[in-house]
Design a protein around this ligand. Structure first.
Ligand SMILES: *[C@@H]1O[C@H](CO)[C@@H](O)[C@H](O)[C@H]1NC(C)=O
Ligand SMILES: *[C@@H]1O[C@H](CO)[C@@H](O)[C@H](O)[C@H]1NC(C)=O
Ligand SMILES: *[C@@H]1O[C@H](CO)[C@@H](O)[C@H](O)[C@H]1NC(C)=O
Ligand SMILES: *[C@@H]1O[C@H](CO)[C@@H](O)[C@H](O)[C@H]1NC(C)=O
Ligand SMILES: *[C@@H]1O[C@H](CO)[C@@H](O)[C@H](O)[C@H]1NC(C)=O
Length: 496
């Protein structure tokens, strides 16, 4: 309602200005000192927008002077040789009065007549499942000399493959296609887009391999192809992208080794390969990634020794997720020297040996998961440590692990670990901890208590009362964990 009123008001206002203008014009034909817009440019703009918004939208009525008096939300212009030209066009409900698409939007060829267009973006525009739209397959060359930014975000009904003509957009610096329905393989010619700084293709359904030509994109800072169905080996040429800051290839079907030249990417701050089918052990050259802040390799079949990497070389590391990789060996002491480390995820591997008590000295650490391994011996952390980490110290599912219970109140005992000596209730009741894995997010790891009750246990009154107590404690912790995960996810989003 508010919207309609505003529009009505705008029409009246525009008409008023129009009538005033025509009166002035009737007076005298003066040299026009105000910049104007060529009729063809104006018509192209109206037409292009109308294609996305529907025929009800009459630009010449609503916005007679789109680069001047009556600006359109989402349209920016520049003065070029004393004429206005459209440079930015942004369609979709970003703001209250943005241009919002109709149910059956369509690309009109006029959009390619906006020859000074530098930035074109669509957000939440192609969304109707009954109206699938493919990207136009030609005319893009008309924008080739100027277009720097092309973005499609959250357009599930935008389908089809990436048109090969995209590779003619030589000036493109940012190609962002997030959460659309785009399929097919990545064109080899993508390597022609040599000025790309940001290539983000996440959340589509691209298939096939990453072409070797990717290595030509020397200026690339962000490469994100996460959440597609890409497969095959990671091309060695990725290692040539040495200006890269973020590399996210998570949740695809990549196989083979982590390329041995990965360490060339000296400025890399994020390496995320989780949820693939990567094998071949940890690549030694990872330790050369001196800028790395987040290393997430979880849910692969990497295997091999965890201590193959000299972890202390990664002095900027804040988040390390190596869970579910089939890693063996002991908890690497060299990790303890990482001063910035906050999150250590080593769950569900084949780690053995003791957990060094020096972990407690890592002041920045707020989460340590070593659950689902084969660690042995006694945990020698203080109650203060368990209290500080609480639920974020995960050591359950290590059958040969116990904690020194001596001076500790059971309130802060490590979850799912039995005390070493005393014949505590927990030892007798045969508790089982199950880890419900999830590749959704690194930090969304959580455990649920599944008490395996046997007839004899049920008869044990002590057991029943202790179970009641425990389950309510766990519920409380669940909330804390959920909140924490949310906060961390928000933080992560902020950093990405
Ligand atoms: C917009 O309205 C004007 C008159 O108000 C009309 O002449 C013009 O054809 C309309 N344009 C479109 C694209 O419908
Ligand atoms: C992606 O494409 C592959 C192969 O064409 C198909 O098997 C798969 O179901 C698709 N996935 C989604 C989420 O659409
Ligand atoms: C890495 O970052 C530094 C500092 O920001 C910069 O000077 C250098 O050029 C970058 N290296 C590459 C290869 O882009
Ligand atoms: C991973 O690789 C193995 C063997 O190469 C194969 O059997 C399995 O299906 C692959 N898994 C995925 C998720 O691609
Ligand atoms: C765990 O370690 C113990 C002794 O260190 C060994 O006997 C046992 O077989 C290991 N279990 C697994 C599942 O590797």
């Amino acid at each position: 309602m508010k919207r309609i009123l505003r529009k009505l008001w705008f029409v009246i206002f525009s008409l008023l200005i129009f009538s005033m203008e025509s009166e002035w014009c009737n007076g005298e034909e003066t040299a026009d000192e105000v910049a104007i817009m060529e009729k063809t440019e104006k018509e192209a703009l109206y037409n292009a927008i109308q294609g996305f918004l529907g025929n009800w939208w009459n630009g010449s009525d609503l916005y007679p002077d789109p680069c001047g008096w009556t600006p359109i939300q989402g349209v920016s212009c520049d003065l070029i040789n004393e004429f206005w030209y459209v440079t930015d066009l942004s369609i979709g409900p970003l703001h209250d009065n943005s241009l919002t698409c109709t149910k059956n939007p369509d690309f009109r060829p006029q959009i390619f007549e906006l020859k000074y267009l530098k930035s074109l973006s669509f957000y939440n525009c192609f969304i109707s499942p009954h109206n699938l739209v493919t990207l136009p397959g030609n005319n893009w060359e008309k924008l080739a000399t100027r277009l720097e930014t092309l973005e499609f975000r959250s357009n599930p009904s935008l389908i089809g493959s990436l048109p090969t003509v995209f590779s003619n957009l030589q000036q493109l610096q940012s190609l962002v296609l997030i959460e659309n329905g785009i399929t097919g393989t990545l064109p080899t010619d993508i390597g022609n887009l040599v000025h790309l700084k940001r290539l983000v293709l996440s959340g589509n359904n691209f298939t096939g391999r990453i072409p070797e030509t990717i290595g030509s994109l020397k200026e690339l800072l962000i490469l994100d192809m996460s959440r597609n169905s890409l497969s095959g080996y990671l091309p060695t040429s990725i290692g040539y992208l040495n200006s890269l800051l973020k590399l996210d290839l998570s949740n695809n079907m990549f196989m083979g080794n982590i390329p041995s030249n990965v360490g060339n990417m000296k400025n890399l701050t994020l390496l995320d390969l989780r949820g693939n089918n990567i094998t071949g052990g940890l690549t030694k050259s990872i330790e050369e990634l001196e800028s790395l802040q987040e290393l997430v390799l979880s849910d692969n079949q990497i295997g091999g020794e965890i201590s193959k990497i000299d972890w202390q070389k990664l002095q900027n590391l804040m988040i390390l997720d190596l869970s579910n990789l089939g890693l063996s060996g002991e908890f690497p002491k060299s990790m303890i020297k990482l001063k910035k480390l906050r999150y250590v995820g080593l769950g569900n591997n084949h780690l053995t040996g003791f957990l060094p008590s020096e972990i407690a000295k890592m002041s920045g650490v707020s989460a340590v998961y070593v659950n689902g391994n084969n660690l042995t011996g006694e945990l020698k952390f203080s109650e203060v440590f368990y209290q500080r980490l609480g639920r974020r110290f995960g050591a359950w599912n290590n059958p040969n692990l116990c904690y020194a219970s001596g001076l500790m109140s059971t309130r802060h005992s490590p979850i799912g670990v039995k005390p070493c000596k005393s014949e505590d209730i927990l030892v007798n009741t045969n508790m089982k901890y199950e880890l419900s894995g999830d590749n959704g997010n690194v930090l969304r790891q959580h455990a649920a208590w599944i008490p395996s009750t046997t007839a004899s246990n049920i008869l044990n009154a002590d057991y029943i009362s202790s179970l009641g107590l425990l389950s309510c404690r766990i519920e409380g912790l669940w909330w804390v964990l959920l909140l924490e995960s949310l906060m961390i996810v928000m933080l992560l989003n902020y950093f990405l």
